[in-house]
Design a protein around this ligand. Structure first.
Ligand code: AMP
Ligand code: GLY
Length: 423
């Protein structure tokens, strides 16, 4: 079969790598892809938001399955457009992708269906929001309602800070229209865990757990980023936590969406916080995490195409989802200055060192070809993933492999997965 993947990051490279392993697949296209994806797929210069072009391309090439990896096209309704044209597509429709697309929606859903989450209020004007803050306890969390590249969350320690936050989200529109509405919620403390799952509208099968490191610098200092590294599984995601989430969170979310007439098919990513009062949902995403996919997918034993087709056809209950009994760590190699200002076009050396190395992966996030050479083309450049028998070994392997690669301004965190020492 012919598969089209929509997106251009490390997550899409990880998805493409899994798709390439499927004996069912003869040809992979990626729109727009990157230099690494280009080694296993044919990249086509169509942007992820160019819906008409994507649909026309999928029809012209008689694509059997289109996989949409990114939030923006999912929330914008790309799956609906593909289906209207009679094409098979993996991902939630627009009316279900709202689970990620609107934080106000997802908070109301959790409240209505008693799914554990932080206490909150939604606001659609700055005056009411500020009035509410004047009677609130601090720290407090402000969230722009819509998609904001993972940056629309402000943790405010004082009323003064929170006032400024409301102004920047709702009045100055720092995150654009994402700030037309806002959620103000209780600040929670605890360990964060990401659990990704496959969903077919009724049945949910969770994948192995993972943990992201969102801040730019060691020790969780510096600005929020798309993610500087991940490890899987999380030792804090115990059998007890899993049991609680299965009982109160996972199936409850799928059932709630169905009850609302918003049947969810695709990936639900549960961002959880393990608080003293039990696990609570921090956020939902309607897609694989980036760079969570880079540690979860290499450990999945199933044929990803079989699992995705089962989701589309509503027979996920027939799939025995299995993961390897090992661990993986992904260290992101970024360009110095990310997430603010960084150079592009710097030559990357040493990529060939990964050839034929079992259990090691070099996922491309921001790379492109220039005069026949692979150069940097984004803030997050590569995701170096390695497996190991356990987390310690995986971490040592991943950091060793980061040394195989070199480019000017190469920057990484040195403490990815360090938390596991405390487990
Ligand atoms: P989100 O995009 O909603 O996952 O938020 C981004 C990050 O902000 C999360 O990964 C947490 O580290 C932090 N965060 C979000 N909501 C809360 C909360 N209610 N309490 C404490 N931290 C939060
Ligand atoms: N790594 C977090 C995300 O993909 O949203």
């Amino acid at each position: 079969m012919k598969v089209l993947i929509v997106g251009s990051g490390g997550r899409e490279h990880a998805i493409a790598t899994s798709v390439a392993k499927s004996p069912k697949v003869d040809k992979i296209y990626c729109a727009p892809g990157n230099a690494g994806i280009g080694m296993i797929a044919e990249c086509v210069p169509i942007g992820a938001m160019e819906f008409d072009k994507i649909v026309a391309f999928a029809k012209e090439k008689a694509i059997d399955l289109t996989i949409v990896g990114m939030d923006d096209p999912l929330v914008g309704g790309l799956i609906d457009e593909l289906e209207k044209a009679g094409l098979r597509a993996f991902g939630p429709r627009k009316n279900a992708a709202i689970l990620e697309g609107s934080k106000a929606f997802s908070k109301d859903l959790m409240k209505k269906y008693n799914i554990p989450t932080a206490a909150y209020e939604n606001f659609d004007n700055a005056e009411d929001a500020i009035g509410y803050l004047e009677t609130s306890q601090f720290p407090i969390v402000l969230k722009a309602d819509g998609l904001a590249l993972g940056k629309g969350v402000l943790i405010c320690n004082t009323l003064e800070e929170a006032r400024k936050g409301v102004k920047s989200i709702m009045l100055d529109k720092q995150f654009g229209t994402a700030g037309n509405r806002m959620v103000i919620e209780e600040f929670m403390t605890g360990r964060e865990v990401s659990v990704l799952s496959y969903v077919d509208g009724k049945t949910i099968k969770t994948m192995t757990s993972a943990q992201d490191h969102k801040r730019a610098k060691d020790g969780d200092q510096g600005l929020n980023t798309g993610g500087m590294g991940t490890f899987s599984p999380s030792p804090f995601y115990t059998a007890e936590v899993d049991e609680f989430c299965k009982k109160y969170i996972y199936q409850a979310t799928v059932d709630a969406m169905a009850a609302e007439g918003r049947e969810f098919k695709g990936i639900i990513f549960f961002g959880l916080m393990l608080t003293e009062k039990g696990p609570k949902v921090l956020e939902y995403n309607a897609r694989f995490g980036d760079p969570e996919a880079q540690v979860v997918l290499p450990r999945m034993k199933n044929d990803i195409i079989e699992v995705m087709e089962a989701c589309i056809d509503g027979r996920l209950d027939e799939i025995d989802l299995q993961f390897e009994d090992n661990a993986a760590v992904c260290v992101v190699l970024a360009s110095e200055g990310y997430p603010v200002k960084y150079d592009k076009g710097l030559e990357i050396r040493g990529l060939e060192n990964f050839e034929g190395k079992d259990g090691y992966y070099c996922f491309h996030a921001g790379t492109t070809l220039k005069n026949g050479k692979i150069v940097t083309n984004g803030g997050r450049v590569l995701g170096v993933t390695a497996k190991g028998a356990n987390l310690k070994e995986a971490r040592a392997n991943a950091y060793a492999a980061t040394e195989w690669i070199d480019f000017d301004n190469k920057y990484m965190r040195h403490d990815i997965g360090k938390a596991i020492d405390e487990a």
